[in-house]
Every structure is written in C-alpha cells, then in structure tokens.
Design a protein around this ligand. Sequence first.
Ligand code: PGA
Length: 270
Amino acid sequence: MEIVILDGVDAVDRTAADIVERVVRADPAANPGRSAGSTAVLGLATGSTPVGTYRELARRHREDGLSFARCRAFLLDEYIGLSKTAEQSYFSFIRQNFVDHVDLDDAAVFSPDGDADDIAAEAQRYDAAIAAAGGIDVQILGIGTDGHIGFNEPGSSLRSRTRVKTLTEQTRVDNARFFDSPEDVPHHVLTQGLGTIDEARHLVLIATGESKADAVAAAVEGPLTAFCPASTIQWHPHATVLLDEAAASSLALAEYYRYAYANKPRWQHL
Ligand code: PGA
C-alpha cells in the first residue's frame, strides 16, 4: 500500500489521471488477462471525489489524443429501484461526468442493473461479466465517511461478492445532496463486494477534504476489519492511496509517507 499526500485537489486529480492514462496507453500484450482487441478494463467510481479526475482525463482526450475507444469500464455500484435513466442513477452519473466527454463506447460501459426483476441473479451476472472481461486493470475508489468502498457498509464480509446492501443512515445523509429531498435516497443498493474489488489488479483510492480524514486513517492505519470496509485495501498487493493534506490530517505516519514519496526511485511508477 502506498500513501501519497499531495498539495491540493488538482494534484490528486492529475496523479489519479496519470495512473489511468498509463494503463490506457499500455500495450495489451503486457497485461495478461486482457482479451484480444481490448485495451484497459477500467473500474470507475461515482460520487463527487473522482469527478476532477474524470475532467482531467477528458481534457487529455481533447488536447493530448488520449483515446478510450478500445477500453471497457465497470461501475462499482447502483441504487436499487431507480431506473437507469433517472438523473441520480450511477448509470446516468458516469455518462454525465465522464463517458459523454471521451470516446469510450457507451456499450462498453457496464453497471449493475438496480432495476432488474431478479436482483440476486443480476448480482451474479455482474461478477461473471467482470471476470469474462479479464478482470479490472485499475479500479478507482472513493471512500465514505463511514469507511465504505463501493457501497460496502461497515460489517461487509471481507470476501463478499456483488450483492444487495442496505445503506447506513450516514451514507443516505451524505448522498442526499444529489436528490431533491433526503427521503428520496434509496435504502438499498447493488454493489461489487469487497472480494470483487480485491480482484482488480490495481486499486487507487482517492480522498480529499477534512470530512474524509478519520475514515482514511481508519482504513490505512487501523486494523483490517469489516467494521471499516476500506481497510481491505491493506490486503491488496497493489493499492495506492491519493490524498490531499486535509484528508491526510489524521494520519499518524504522515511524515513518513511524505518522505517515502519525495524519495521515490525515479524508475518506480505508482
Ligand atoms: P464522495 O463519495 O466521493 O461523493 O464523497 C465517496 C463514497 O461514498 O464512496
């Protein structure tokens, strides 16, 4: 796990975009598990945090020729009971904030269908679709103030697969800003499990702002526990945590992380 404390949200966005760009531009032959004809399989998070990263990637698409035309993408989660086309669905969110601004094929962007008749079957189908795509090369993650990743709320099984979860009241309150009224926030979601997320080849957790500081400290310096689902990234062989100073403000070893990053060997990528 590598913890990188950066000077401001823009630096976080640029660094996350650098990681995604390197994967998108990489030779497919160098990535075992990828099917022929496809470049990167991206794992996209929704919520406010990654929006700046998506904006930066869209800028590189416009100005630097970064092409997503051969990529596929999988979302982490979706609300249950909202139609895909509802403004607050993550199906819509990722299109408004990323897909519509780049050359990613809309048909190559997948998300769990929270409006499916058989939600349990949809969950299994989604995990199978990720596996059939060869797995996710780079998974962007936000973190909830209660330590969730995806919508894996505290108590989520560490090896869980895509399934239904019940949102905590704290998460419903945090997400109320996207809805007309707080009561409109659904209670249930379909989310990749912690075990599903753990199979991505590179996890990139992004957090900015003081409201995330305690959750970040619990995730990276606390115990590996279902009580803080984001702590499962400690278990992953390639996890990068990108923070601004505010989100890093509760870390005990912040000085060490700054020192390690400042002295990072030039040949070593994130
Ligand atoms: P946010 O959400 O990026 O909107 O803060 C993060 C999350 O709930 O995972």
